[in-house]
Design a protein around this ligand. Sequence first.
Ligand code: IPE
Ligand code: IPE
Ligand code: MG
Length: 257
Amino acid sequence: MEIKEQINREKLPGHVAVIMDGNGRWARKQGFVRVKGHEKGVGAVKATVEAAAELGIRYLTLFAFSTENWNRPKYEIDALMKLLVQAINNEMESLMENNIRLTVIGDLQALPPKSQRELLKAIGTTSNNTGLTLVLALSYSSRWEIVETCRKVVEEVQKGNMKPEEIDVHSFASMLTTTDMPDPELLIRTSGEYRISNFLLWQIAYTELYFTSTLWPDFTKEEFHKAILDYQNRERRFGLTSEQINQVEATKKKPTK
Ligand code: IPE
Ligand code: IPE
Ligand code: MG
């Protein structure tokens, strides 16, 4: 049976996050310059977005450019920013056809004005779509986000809009850039690295992690299906015992009269 058919549609993760890594190594292996790997990576983005939309996943967050990536050589940064604009323009029709809403998390203002303009246009055009929400993490890092949120909280307290005792996990989370999204149930990282690289540190507190040695440009729909299936075979315990989890599941399954 195909992997896709083994996926239980009732138990899909609501939010999948992906650290798309390995473009440079893919290019080097083929004897190309790094930028070729980024170009090829766009195809893997397309396949992953399609796979998520087809399954009916609600949120897909893709780590496309980190705060730390600004320290890469200028020509590589320029190429990535150009690719971003190109990809958005090429994919607009398909985003609309597939009812996909585009959003962004990260320090948008740090992006070149042209990238900002194109992104805002695409976000506006797709804003009423009701299918998959595709979240691009651009100029994003989790520590940046957490510090920015602390700043907002302090401002609200200083203005008298919030009392210090009202600061808790829920109010804090509601002020992060991911405010209206559920936490990811599944995080995929490609390229065989076992690290988080400053991505969604707050939000992945109880996320299932999936690592694959596949380099991002080689990532396919089938690989995505494999990750979902792997996730579905895990037991998420949230600090409870296995017996407690089974009890909760059993009460959920009881028919209600
Ligand atoms: C991921 O691939 C893309 C970005 C970080 C923008 P890399 O460019 O990090 O590729 P490797 O890790 O050097 O192979
Ligand atoms: C993480 O990949 C960032 C993105 C995928 C955009 P990096 O290649 O920047 O991470 P490190 O350097 O391997 O930790
Ligand atoms: Mg990398």
